[in-house]
Design a protein around this ligand. Structure first.
Ligand code: PSU
Ligand code: MN
Length: 304
């Protein structure tokens, strides 16, 4: 294992001293946001986590090595280089064997976090069941990962570009607890509202830590999905953004964009169509998730 994983000193020390650690993904940096906002966000998110007394571990693959924790130069590299692949579960073996560079998705980051012994992971939005998946079969590998890998994932909900109801059903079928943080409604990334209820609501980070402990003490395999709504002041109107999303999906269809290119294409198209408004929301929801993630990691640390 050690020949595949390279753990940054800061993270290594935290693991040794059993301190609170929060994993972060890199697809959001390399494929989810434009340069230079992506570097700024990647660095700010780490600072938010440090300010709250936890240690950030941004995960990526550089020249076939899995990095748990990135230096400033490595963050810059992930944010502003060509030929960075997008690695999900299926891609990991090939990327390692060939020595490629890759950003890790929610699925791949969960796998690596678990290998490194990190239990809490913060992202923007998870992948899910795409609209029209009945025909395309496009269901993000993130959902299967939540079904089998023991990591708690904090996000602002499934991305609004998805079929939210089908995503919720899928998680239910695979036994993934879906937890609304101080909300009864499933938030969907850019907006606080979706018209869909969450099965469970919690009020504070400690409750989440207790749920994590209970699940894993019972030996129930898989993750926990914490949906943390974007703060009110940055939340976009659900109906309005949905129209824009529909236009972006039409555009993707006419350009025949499929598979792993679809999510990055849609995010960037929506940013273009909203003249930067969606990117602003995306950035703020990530910061908000980082704050909660650090608190959950600290609470879970007390229990474990
Ligand atoms: N959250 C963001 N921006 C992103 C993503 C999440 O704010 O770009 C990424 C995550 O890495 C997630 C991926 O795993 O989008 C989903 O891709 P796909 O639908 O191809 O599985
Ligand atoms: Mn897909």
């Amino acid at each position: 294992m050690t020949s595949y994983l390279e753990i940054k000193e800061e993270v290594y020390q935290a693991l040794k001293e059993n301190r609170a650690i929060v994993a972060l993904e890199s697809t959001i940096i390399s494929h989810g946001m434009p340069y230079p906002q992506n570097v700024e966000v990647a660095k700010n998110v780490e600072d938010i986590i440090r300010e709250r007394g936890a240690v950030p571990a941004t995960i990526a693959i550089i020249e076939g090595k899995i990095k748990v924790g990135l230096s400033k130069e490595e963050i810059e590299f992930m944010a502003n280089s060509k030929n960075i692949l997008k690695a999900s579960r299926m891609d990991l073996p090939v990327i390692l064997a060939k020595g490629f560079n890759a950003a890790t998705t929610v699925a791949a980051t969960m796998i690596i976090a678990e290998l490194a012994g990190i239990k809490v992971f913060v992202t923007g939005g998870i992948g899910g069941v795409h609209r029209n998946a009945q025909e395309t079969f496009d269901i993000s590998a993130d959902l299967q990962e939540l079904a089998k890998t023991n990591v708690a994932v904090i996000s602002a909900g499934p991305k609004a570009i998805l079929d939210l109801q089908l995503t919720k059903e899928y998680l239910e079928t695979f036994g993934v607890p879906v937890i609304g943080y101080q909300t009864d409604e499933l938030p969907c990334f850019f907006s606080r509202e979706s018209g869909i209820n969450v099965p469970y609501r919690v009020e504070n980070p400690k409750e989440i830590a207790l749920i994590m402990k209970a699940k894993w003490d019972l030996g129930l395999q898989g993750g926990i999905f914490i949906a943390n709504p974007i703060p009110k002041e940055y939340s976009l109107d659900f109906e309005k953004i949905n129209k824009t999303i529909e236009n972006a999906i039409e555009e993707a269809k006419s350009q025949k964009i499929k598979g792993k290119e679809l999510t990055p294409f849609l995010l960037s198209k929506i940013n273009e169509l909203t003249k930067g408004e969606s990117l602003k929301a995306n950035i703020e929801l990530v910061y908000n998730n980082a704050k909660l993630g650090a608190e959950i990691a600290k609470e879970f640390n007390i229990l474990s």
